[in-house]
Design a protein. Structure first.
Length: 343
């Protein structure tokens, strides 16, 4: 989420509860959230900043005449036969420095479409976080004509196909992650040695309409180690346009299928084993852009989630140019697991 602040003064977000999520069904029914703490309090727990520190910290300061962007990682999971959505109370990039240990939980979700937005909590009083405090504040802000909130966005929960755990079908379009090899051989450390393996997304158009699928900067990925921690890419790929003579989209007829090749590979760089997948971009030197996940270890299992995303704005612009319908949305593919073997 981005805040485009046009005033000439700073304003601040609450350092314990910066963002208040609201979840609705499409018919307007409120899904009640519960604010809970997940972790036990220990002597090693990160210190919480006091009131004066939080007022001076860039973590929570929204700069005037500037765009500030926050990222929040939500998790969807099953617990006690209930599908739950877990949303942290503070943005992701704060976690390395300060952890509040508080999360919003939404229970008993179903395979349907919901609407989500975030209210910005600008109350910077140094008070303890509690479910009642935050709930009351949300009510007060809801009744205010000056409420600061993001627009509503749709979230659609879909189940994997019962006949194929690697595939998801949404509105007649089938997405399937394909990684046939579950054990990958680690390459030697010789110059330019690497291990290539098949990795990609099959997209099948089961609708009655021709659909366009865009490629440029449409791929993202999450790599998770066997201890459950995410591995951050070593750097964002260069997101530049493809050459003019290269196609950056496919038009898929009803019943036809395409394959987005992600060109998976293992390689060594600066004495670290790296896992790389193509971002479907081109860099300044005309080479393919990649996501690089560093410091992988032999004998360890990893889980990979590939995300295919095309914005509505991008799809509309393409439709104006090509005069065909383009698919837009965000599909988080099922996780695939693999291990590493010494060559």
């Amino acid at each position: 989420m981005s805040i485009n602040y046009t005033s000439s003064n700073y304003f601040y977000l609450n350092h314990l509860q910066a963002l208040i999520p609201e979840l609705l069904t499409l018919n307007g029914q409120i899904i009640q959230g519960h604010l809970v703490t997940d972790d036990l309090v220990t002597n090693q727990q990160s210190k919480q900043p006091n009131s004066s520190q939080s007022r001076q910290s860039d973590w929570w300061r929204i700069r005037p005449k500037c765009r500030t962007t926050f990222s929040v990682t939500a998790k969807l999971f099953w617990q006690d036969n209930s599908l739950r959505l877990k949303i942290p109370t503070i943005p992701d990039y704060i976690f390395d420095n300060f952890r509040s240990n508080y999360f919003w939980y939404f229970d008993a979700l179903e395979g349907k479409t919901y609407q989500l937005r975030f209210i910005l909590n600008t109350d910077i009083r140094d008070t303890s976080v509690s479910s009642s405090n935050i709930s009351q504040e949300a009510i007060e802000q809801e009744n205010s004509s000056e409420i600061l909130a993001t627009p509503w966005v749709d979230i659609r929960l879909v189940q994997l196909l019962s006949t194929n755990s690697n595939a998801i079908e949404v509105d007649g379009v089938l997405f399937k992650i394909d990684m046939p090899e579950s054990l990958l051989n680690i390459p030697s450390k010789l110059f330019q040695a690497k291990t290539d393996f098949k990795l990609g997304i099959y997209i099948t158009n089961n609708t009655s309409t021709t659909l366009g699928f865009y490629q440029l900067s449409s791929i993202n990925a999450i790599l998770i180690s066997d201890d459950g921690k995410s591995i951050n890419p070593s750097g964002e790929p260069t997101k530049l346009a493809w050459k003019n003579n290269e196609q950056n989209y496919y038009l898929v007829q009803p019943g036809e299928q395409i394959f987005l090749d992600l060109c998976g590979k293992l390689l060594w760089y600066s004495s670290q084993l790296q896992f790389a997948i193509s971002s479907k971009t081109r860099s300044l030197n005309a080479k393919s852009g990649f996501y690089y996940f560093p410091n992988l270890q032999a004998g360890t299992s990893y889980r990979l989630q590939v995300i295919y995303q095309v914005s509505e704005l991008r799809a509309r612009r393409l439709e104006e140019q090509v005069l065909e319908k383009f698919w837009s949305g965000r599909i988080a593919m099922p996780l695939v697991e693999f291990g590493l073997l010494k060559g």
